[in-house]
Design a protein around this ligand. Structure first.
Ligand code: EPU
Length: 418
């Protein structure tokens, strides 16, 4: 029997819980270590399956890992042993494509397996490739691999057709060692992009405009080592807040950055959740009955697609009809059918889900289909009457560090069944 989570619903969650380092900031930070022969020391790296996957990839490429006395991770790539991200790793985790920009910038050669579609959508990487071509790389697709070559990349102006987070990150990492200035228009403004820019600046890069839609990067000839603290995970923070709200509990999330969570906090308040926001913590109290709210996912600072599934679980218990529109991924409603098996009343039609609130969920065996969908099922299970069994927990482990232990600490009845 594969690993699953069992949840006995109905406990009101209470207490304090600390948020860990952000998965989606840790992955590009590790990829950025390819840009220098000197050590990069990362604090607050989360212990997650995806972080292990990219670390394995870096080791294949020549990376050496060790732990600092204070627990920080030190990674150093003195010289590159390979230029290839193999299919086995890219198919496990598509963010492996983040090594493309840095490999090309440091050595002028990269071979990266082309990621396929995934559970939530097609997810092409055409914008990454277009940008690298604009920077002067010669790019071909051969036998399922992106083959990229360049003597030295040259600064240019790239206007992205759509906002892409890892696409922007790949281009920044390519441009930092290019000759001259690169301007990225329609850049992603996510906090994880800003965190990568901060790390690269500490390594000696010249970057302006991080956090805005126009970034300007003046290439330098060399980058050095540095120490960097990865930002807290805003999606983990948001998931824990919803856990408090959905159980009618009183949960304080610590080590969070409230301004990274503005869109979510606004929606929680609209749904009747009581919030107290301080500098690095958010207290959340669930109401007697939630109110419905409409939401549309969009790039930062809009409502994050990575919180859409969790919010659907919450609004499924509201007193009325909520409309959820997903604009980032074309197939990110797979949790709706599983929530309906727990008694929710959700109808999806293309990019829209109509969520008619019910009074209670009922515990049921359910199956996780992707990372955030798994989190939404755990949340529904916490609020449900009776026992819920969530299978395919490996999806959850890609992006949440010991979620069940954190929930147990707040009083949840949740167990991992090996
Ligand atoms: N897109 C293209 N062409 C491209 C790149 C993207 O058409 O070249 C499309 C995608 O198919 C999608 C949209 O643009 O429809 C946005 O995708 P984006 O590139 O921004 O997504 P990503 O960089 O692959 C990151 C996060 C995701 C998060 C999205 C959106 C990392 C490692 N992953 O993915 O995180 O959902 O941004 O915010 O940063 C998660 O943590 O659960 C997760 C899926």
């Amino acid at each position: 029997m594969p690993v699953r989570l069992e949840i006995e619903g109905g406990s009101r969650l209470e207490g304090h819980v600390a948020v860990g380092g952000a998965k989606n900031a840790a992955l590009p930070a590790l990829a950025a270590s390819l840009l220098t022969a000197e050590p990069v020391v990362l604090e607050n790296l989360p212990r997650l399956a995806d972080v292990t996957t990219i670390s394995r990839l870096l080791e294949l490429l020549g990376g050496e890992f060790s732990r600092e006395p204070d627990g920080a991770t030190r990674v150093q790539v003195p010289r590159l042993r390979s230029h290839e991200a193999p299919y086995e790793l890219v198919s496990t985790m598509r963010a492996s494509v983040l090594v493309l920009g840095p490999l090309l910038a440091r050595t002028g050669v990269a071979r990266v397996a082309l990621p396929g579609g995934c559970a939530i959508g097609l997810r092409p990487i055409d914008q990454h490739l277009k940008g690298l071509q604009r920077l002067g790389a010669d790019i071909g697709i051969e036998n399922g691999f992106v083959e990229a070559r360049a003597s030295r990349l040259k600064g240019c102006r790239v206007t992205l057709d759509l906002v892409t987070v890892t696409g922007t990150e790949n281009l920044i990492m390519a441009a930092v060692l290019a000759e001259g200035t690169t301007v990225i228009e329609n850049a992603a403004r996510e906090p994880e992009v800003v965190d990568l820019a901060r790390l690269l600046q500490a390594m000696g890069a010249r970057i302006d405009g991080a956090g805005t839609e126009r970034m300007e990067i003046l290439g330098v000839s060399e980058l050095g080592g540095c120490r960097h603290r990865v930002i807290p995970d805003r999606i983990e923070a948001g998931t824990l807040l919803v856990a408090g709200a959905i159980t009618g509990g009183d949960v304080t999330v610590t080590n969070a950055v409230p301004r990274h969570l503005s869109a979510l906090l606004a929606k929680l308040e609209e749904a009747g959740v009581l919030l107290e926001v301080a500098e690095d913590r958010i207290r959340c109290r669930g109401p007697e009955r939630l109110r419905p709210a409409d939401l549309i996912t969009s790039p930062f600072p809009g409502f994050p697609t990575d919180m859409q599934a969790q919010m659907m679980s919450l609004l499924g218990l509201a007193d009325g009809l909520s409309r959820i529109t997903e604009t980032i991924f074309e197939n990110r409603f797979m949790h709706a059918a599983e929530l309906n098996r727990m008694g929710a009343r959700i109808e999806t039609d293309g990019a829209t889900a109509l969520v008619r609130g019910v009074m209670h969920y009922q515990g049921a065996p359910v199956m996780a289909t992707d990372l955030r969908a798994s989190a939404s099922l755990v949340l529904a299970g916490l609020a449900a009457r009776g026992r819920t069994e969530v299978s395919r927990v490996y999806h959850l482990d890609r992006g949440y560090e010991a979620l069940e232990a954190k929930l147990q600490g707040l009083g949840a009845q949740i167990w991992r069944i090996p």
